[in-house]
Write a protein of this length. Structure first.
Lengths: 510, 169, 510, 169
């Protein structure tokens, strides 16, 4: 098969450009390489030595480091695709991935965009219109506005109608950016302005809308796959209730609350919503589920999700390869009844951030990296030892994904894998995951989107066993005994992160 | 060959003594009125494998001046460690936090919103300024209770890493 | 579940000692850690900084580096288990794992041995007696001697009876050690002596026997699991036909030649052989399969196999955890009808050896290590960057295992993973695997135990694309341009492997 | 800042010239009557990321004296590279393999069997001695055709790494 593939190259793309960076660019390169498709990376100045540049077959410069001048520069990306003879572009997630102009420009340039068409993207990508589409498809939605908010007064009026607390959300949003929780009328004004400004910075679009805030809901989403011939399947749910700053940090499937019957109903609803706009390729329909197990359409993400690997682990389906085959024009090679779920999977998103200091970002050089491996462990990483995590982008370093035959094995394996993961030089949220996995509520599967707010306080991820502290003290002395007097040393590489730490003291509240 | 070293270590605000006598793979440590025997191996300049009473620990140490950051079995510790000579001069210099303290930008970014004005009273831990960096808005907090002596920046201003944003006295 | 496990520690071992080193010790530590069982490592002098020592909760010195004074020192191992209060010992593979004295001594010391009982081990571990057992269970065996050989004359006589070519094999053997291929009567004498000497060095037992050499057979083995209550299942086959120096280097499952019907028949035969000796815990029954798909019992390995992970990948069953549960006295938690096989898995054994020079071992310091990860990739490794591969033991560095939904995806993924694997400072057989995966016969699934002898010549794994050579030359110049004059440098770490290389020149035949 | 260097490189038994003019991230290389422009980044002392005409290559280089071992995209190359000064002295010294060559032990082990005796004629590549190391028996071969001038060891003898086992003339 492989040999014949090579002899008959016309049955797949000749070259794929990945319009993204970090772990997702690496993920797409891996899928393409496994299919024998050469890859083109693009990079900003600070990403010249990024892992995706090192791993791709070709790499071309986009521009300066700020994303507006690089990964958001659509013209430049199309230009590079053309000059490098790439006949397809994968957008990854974030950046331009949900901008309908992207598929439109690709179409005009004769390049295949690996994702939905512009019209479906426009309709589902705009959160407000997506809510309308869901309503029309008779899928319940969270109460709120069906049009973008004009101004603060309108926001306040509607908030009073549907009742506090409410959420203000970016119409173009995703990933928790441009989202604000408003508990009382007095908080609305500043939240409205912050959300607008963050939305503008993240998506170049300051439109926001308003939704009722459900009390301790679960976030449960469904992966769908659709070909251009009207065939569509769902690949089951992912529960993403564990969030900090409205951004997912732990995801798992199956959801501990799911039943076969509810999965069938929610899966049907997801397919209905996606069908309503003629959706094609991979997408995700997000729902909130309340304590009565009633579900509400939240939004649709018209691209690959960060957390797609857990679905891959339980279904055995490589979603990126499916995306490429669907974009090439292949028919879905399986039907809904062929989709089987085996065991349980969980993902932890490893961020460069300080869990003891409000998850504040912590960029800098990675001095030492030990990644976990072994049975059931997958590390989708965008970093390497020596890499300097830049300040310009989302601080996601890698995704640690594990599979187990049931949730109990998965949790034990995740704890084991976390204990093997070592990243030094920058702060990460690794200790935070160890804390989560020790919580009774988490172990029992009692999850909700306010789990962290309800259960976590900054000191929690830092409980030092006293004997370990003694060991640490002795290790420090042992290390010092190998050096000269303490003022005679300090290499350049050592300095940068620690100086930064020093400067951050003003922000600490230990 | 045996090397002997003495250090002062700050634990719960008390300076304690630690002495270490070592060969290339064994160390005798005196600390808190206890003797420890450590079988160690150097993995690199900053990494050790320790065996203490049979327990295996993997340790990474990064040191800058009097500050050592130790990661042991994945748990991080910040340790103040000085040799006795520097300890003397340090005691005489006196390190305390009663003077003005500035809140500075941890990385390049933009000031989104100022939450206080000059002259305001603040509590330790109270949010004082919101900056945007790495596509996230982050609230910086006052390191101590006191009065805002100076606000050095204005809203929407771009700031560099380390730049002083405001001063609390 | 986890929480209740913790509260009720009496339902599993209190502490597990692993009487092994390298990747298999790490593998067992991982399983134990996932189950919440504290672990004890043992080490020889050159393994003080071994990965298994670093990862275990506790570690104790066995003795000097030679295995006879360390990993083969049974008394010392029992002593350490007792003084560290370990209530179970996992033997791994190799070393003492198939020595019936080991379970016997454990029993006497009140420690649980994670493996079969001494009598089953004795009966199946001795290759000659195992053949008798198989015959009694009415399972066909390869023609040959049913008693150990007395001397060369007897060997020659029997070889003439069953016809050349023949194999001389260590009675206590495994892993290709103490095995010699004899094509003509003239070769028999030196092969007989070499096999005896190697058998003696490897197993402390110089007994050898003789088997007819089948022409281009496949090596297909079945994994079995048995509890102490008479329940036994097989977990399907592994094809291990790709061998160099009679040692497996690539394994996969399912076998490309397997049918459901043959799997059922061979699986039944495997269970019959194992039942015949009252086998308990995990074991493997090996068969040779000839070109007519007739199968012959070869031997039984009364321990965990090196290649066990591929079975784990397709069944979802963690074999080490099952071993621990069975040793604890649990009943098998599933029956034969519950065993399902999903997709395809393949393993490459990464050795410190030179594929261009007869697979000659290449110990030394690992200067740079980049391990592959991402979807479907598992790396069971015993090394890390900076580790000095010792000269005293088997040069296995790690096992690269991949899973795919079918053999085609598995091969594409393996090639991708191999392209990511970088080990510098020592020679490895990584280029050799790239060669194997490019062979038409391999791609078509036409495997046999003489595959490498038939298809491989040393230059094959070293085809340099000319443009890559130009790049390499320029890279060398670029690197040199950052240094002073060429005689002014050379760090200590750089030296050792390269000096060694220099000395090996006398052995090269390029 | 621009640095210029010149080297001689041995390719298929011919010494060729290579010159390289570089800043900290761009190099102009003249080699085999071609000009190459390399966009490079240093990952560490011995590792580079290269972009040449858009193609991305990851390279590791370890150098000892005139010998550089280069791994590029996972493929290894042994390259002889000298600067012009050393090249002169090397030419004058003359390096050839017509004299006696010894077969030495690549690592500590035990001589299992001698396959030749003093005075035997051998072909290049012919097995001459079997040693056991890392639990495997390994046959060492003659690096050239000639006569066995000397056998320095006997069967069952333990040998150290680098120890001469026999000499072929």
């Amino acid at each position: 098969m492989l040999a014949s593939l090579r002899r008959n190259p016309v049955n797949m793309f000749e070259k794929l450009l990945i319009a993204n960076r970090g772990e997702i660019a690496v993920r797409v390169i891996r899928a393409a390489r496994e299919m024998g498709i050469p890859t083109v990376a693009v990079y900003s100045d600070c990403d010249r030595l990024g892992l995706h540049v090192r791993m791709a077959d070709e790499a071309y410069r986009l521009g300066p480091s700020p994303s507006t001048e690089s990964y958001l520069n659509l013209e430049r990306i199309i230009e590079i695709a053309q000059s490098s003879h790439a006949d397809a572009i994968h957008p990854g997630y974030g950046f331009l991935s949900e901008n309908p102009e992207f598929p439109r420009r690709c179409l005009a340039a004769g390049i295949c965009f690996v994702g939905p068409g512009a019209s479906a993207m426009q309709r589902m990508g705009g959160k407000v219109e997506a809510r309308k589409t869901a309503l029309e498809a008779k899928v319940p939605i969270v109460p709120g506005t069906e049009v973008p908010l004009q101004d603060e007064e309108q926001a306040l009026r509607i908030a009073h109608q549907i009742g506090f607390p409410v959420l203000i959300k970016a119409a173009a949003g995703g990933g928790g950016k441009g989202m604000r929780y408003v508990e009382t009328p007095g908080q609305l004004s500043s939240a409205f302005r912050d959300a607008q400004s963050e939305a503008n910075a993240a998506f170049g679009d300051s439109e926001v809308y308003l939704e009722k805030y459900l009390n301790s809901p679960r976030h449960i989403e469904f992966q769908i796959l659709a070909d251009r011939y009207g065939n569509m399947v769902h690949l089951g749910e992912r529960e993403c209730s564990i969030q900090r700053r409205h951004q997912k940090v732990v995801e798992e499937c199956p959801s501990p609350m799911m039943t076969d019957e509810l999965r069938r109903r929610m899966g049907d609803a997801a397919v209905k919503v996606a069908s309503a706009c003629g959706y094609e390729n991979a997408g995700t329909v997000e729902f909130l589920v309340d304590s009565e197990n009633d579900f509400y359409f939240l939004e649709m993400n018209t691209r690959l999700q960060v957390e797609h690997p857990i679905t891959e682990m339980v279904t055995g389906i490589d979603l990126v390869k499916e995306q490429l085959k669907l974009a090439w024009g292949e028919k879905l090679s399986f039907g809904q009844q062929d989709v089987q779920w085996q065991g349980s999977a969980m993902e932890c998103r490893i961020y460069a951030e300080d869990p003891q200091n409000d998850f504040f970002p912590s960029p800098g050089r990675i001095l030492r990296l030990n990644s976990p491996s072994g049975p059931g462990v997958r590390d989708d990483s965008g970093i390497y030892e020596g890499w300097n995590v830049p300040i310009y982008y989302d601080p996601l370093l890698s995704k640690l994904i594990v599979w187990g035959k049931d949730r109990n094995e998965t949790m034990g394996r995740m704890k084991r894998a976390l204990s093997e993961y070592q990243i030094s030089g920058i702060k990460t949220n690794l200790p935070f995951f160890k804390w989560i996995l020790a919580q009774e509520a988490f172990i029992a599967g009692r999850l909700s989107t306010d789990f962290i707010e309800r259960h976590y306080s900054p000191g929690d991820s830092k409980k030092d066993p006293p004997v370990l502290q003694d060991m640490a003290v002795m290790a420090a002395a042992l290390h010092a005994s190998f050096q000269g007097p303490s003022n005679a040393r300090g290499t350049k590489e050592d300095e940068s992160p620690w100086k930064l730490r020093g400067r951050m003291n003003g922000m600490r509240n230990r | 060959m045996t090397t002997t070293s003495h250090f002062k270590i700050l634990i719960n605000n008390v300076w304690e003594s630690i002495s270490i006598q070592r060969t290339t793979n064994l160390a005798q440590v005196s600390f808190r009125e206890r003797q420890w025997c450590i079988d160690f191996g150097k993995l690199s300049e900053n990494e050790f494998s320790l065996l203490v009473d049979g327990r295996s620990h993997d340790v990474t140490v990064h040191r800058l001046d009097d500050h050592s950051h130790v990661t042991i079995d994945g748990v991080g510790f910040d340790i103040s460690l000085v040799d006795p000579k520097r300890f003397q001069s340090r005691l005489m210099r006196g390190d305390d936090a009663s003077g003005p303290v500035s809140v500075s930008a941890p990385m390049p970014g933009k000031v989104v919103r100022l939450l206080v004005q000059e002259g305001d009273s603040v509590q330790a831990g109270q949010g004082v300024v919101v900056i945007e960096a790495m596509k996230m808005q982050n609230e910086l907090r006052s390191p101590k209770s006191g009065k805002i002596e100076e606000v050095c920046v204005s809203e929407n201003q771009a700031v560099n890493a380390g730049e002083s944003l405001l001063v609390v006295k």
